[in-house]
Write a protein that binds this ligand. Structure first.
Ligand code: EAX
Length: 327
C-alpha cells in the first residue's frame, strides 16, 4: 500500500516534470518591433506575422509585439537584431544601408513608377537577390513588406515645385541616398530617428518631414504640420529582419513557417497601405491639413538630374536600368 502510494507519487512527480519540461521547450518567445503605432500598416503586418507564426508552429513560438519605438528607433532595432539581443524587427529601409550598403539602390527617388512596380521588383528576382545580401551581415531577411510612397509635409508653405523646397529644414531618415537627393532639392536635411520626429516638428526644430500617408496618419503629424504635397518622391520599402542566429536554430519546418508568416504579414500590410492611400487625403484634410494633390513630378525629377548621375556611378547604371525595366 505504502509502496504503491510512493510509486504513484513518484510517477506524478515525473509526469509533472516531463510536462513542465515539454511545455518549456514548447514555447519560445521572440520579440518583434516597429517604430510606428500599432494602428498602422506596420502594426497589422507584425500582428499578422505573430499570429501566423503561432498558428504555423502550433504555439511553440510566441511572438511578442512592440510598437511606437518602444524598443528603440529603427536603427537601434536593426542593431539589436544584428547583435542577436532582439530576434526580429520590421523596419523601413531608412537605416538599412548603414548595415547592408547594397540595399541603397532601392531608396533612389523616382526609381519605381508606382507601388505595383515596386512590389513586382521586390517579390521578383531582384528583391530575392537583395534579401540574400543580408545574410553575411548577420540577418535573415524573411520578406519584403511595405512602408509606402513618401510625400512631403511642412509647417511653412505650400509646396508645388522643387523651388518651394529651397531652404526648408526637413527631417530625413538616417539614409544616405535620401539625404543626397533631398540636398539636390535644396532642402536643409536633418537626419533623425523616427521616435523624435513628432516633438521636433512640434517644437519647430525642423520645418517638415516626408513619409507615406500611412505614417503621417498613424503618427498624427496633422497636429503639427499644415501643408501636405503629394510629391510621391520615393518609394519606401519595409522588411522583416530576423537575427541569423535565431533563424538558424529553427527546424526546417519552422523556418518555412517563419518565412510564410512574414509573407502573410507583408500582404496584409500592403493592403492597409492601399486603404490608407485611398482615404488619406480626405482624412488629413478633415484634420486641417492643406493638401496639394497635383504636383508636377517632372520638375522634381529634373531637379535630381545631377544627383541621379551620381547614383548611376555609385550603384551601376545597369543595375538601376534592370529595376526600371521590370514590368
Ligand atoms: O517606418 O523613419 C521613418 O520616417 C519611417 O518611414 C517610419 O519610421 C516608418
Amino acid at each position: 500500500m505504502l509502496l504503491t502510494r510512493r510509486l504513484s507519487t513518484l510517477f506524478l512527480a515525473a509526469a509533472a516534470a516531463a510536462g513542465f519540461m515539454s511545455s518549456a521547450a514548447a514555447q519560445t518567445t521572440m520579440k518583434i518591433s516597429i517604430s510606428v503605432a500599432q494602428n498602422s500598416h506596420q502594426g497589422v503586418a507584425i500582428d499578422t506575422f505573430a499570429r501566423e507564426v503561432e498558428k504555423r508552429t502550433a504555439g511553440r513560438y510566441k511572438i511578442q509585439t512592440f510598437y511606437s519605438g518602444a524598443l528603440g528607433g529603427e536603427r537601434e532595432s536593426i542593431e539589436s537584431v544584428q547583435l542577436g539581443t532582439q530576434e526580429l524587427t520590421f523596419t523601413s529601409t531608412g537605416p538599412v544601408p548603414n548595415f547592408v550598403p547594397d540595399a541603397r539602390i532601392l531608396d533612389i527617388p523616382f526609381l519605381f513608377r508606382d507601388k505595383a512596380h515596386a512590389r513586382a521588383v521586390l517579390d521578383g528576382a531582384i528583391g530575392q537577390e537583395m534579401l540574400a545580401k543580408f545574410e553575411p551581415k548577420g540577418f535573415k531577411a524573411l520578406a519584403w513588406g511595405e512602408n509606402g510612397v513618401r510625400h512631403m509635409t511642412n509647417s511653412k508653405r505650400t509646396v508645388t515645385s522643387p523651388d518651394d523646397l529651397k531652404g526648408l529644414k526637413m527631417r530625413t531618415m538616417e539614409n544616405p541616398v535620401h539625404v543626397a537627393a533631398y540636398k539636390g532639392f535644396g532642402i536643409v536635411t536633418t537626419p533623425m530617428a523616427f521616435p523624435e520626429v513628432f516633438t521636433a516638428l512640434q517644437q519647430g526644430t525642423v520645418d517638415g518631414q516626408e513619409n507615406p500617408l500611412s505614417v503621417i496618419m498613424a503618427a498624427k503629424f496633422d497636429q503639427v504640420q499644415k501643408h501636405l504635397s503629394l510629391t510621391g518622391h520615393v518609394y519606401s520599402p519595409a522588411i522583416f529582419l530576423m537575427s541569423k542566429g535565431a533563424f538558424d536554430k529553427l527546424s526546417a519546418a519552422d523556418k518555412t513557417a517563419f518565412l510564410e508568416a512574414a509573407k502573410e504579414g507583408a500582404k496584409v500590410g500592403r493592403a492597409r497601405v492601399d486603404e490608407d492611400d485611398a482615404k488619406g487625403v480626405t482624412e488629413l484634410r478633415s484634420k486641417g491639413m492643406t493638401v496639394v494633390e497635383n504636383v508636377d513630378k517632372s520638375k522634381f525629377i529634373a531637379a535630381l538630374t545631377p544627383v541621379n548621375a551620381e547614383f548611376e556611378k555609385q550603384f551601376g547604371k545597369a543595375n538601376i536600368d534592370r529595376i526600371r525595366a521590370v514590368k
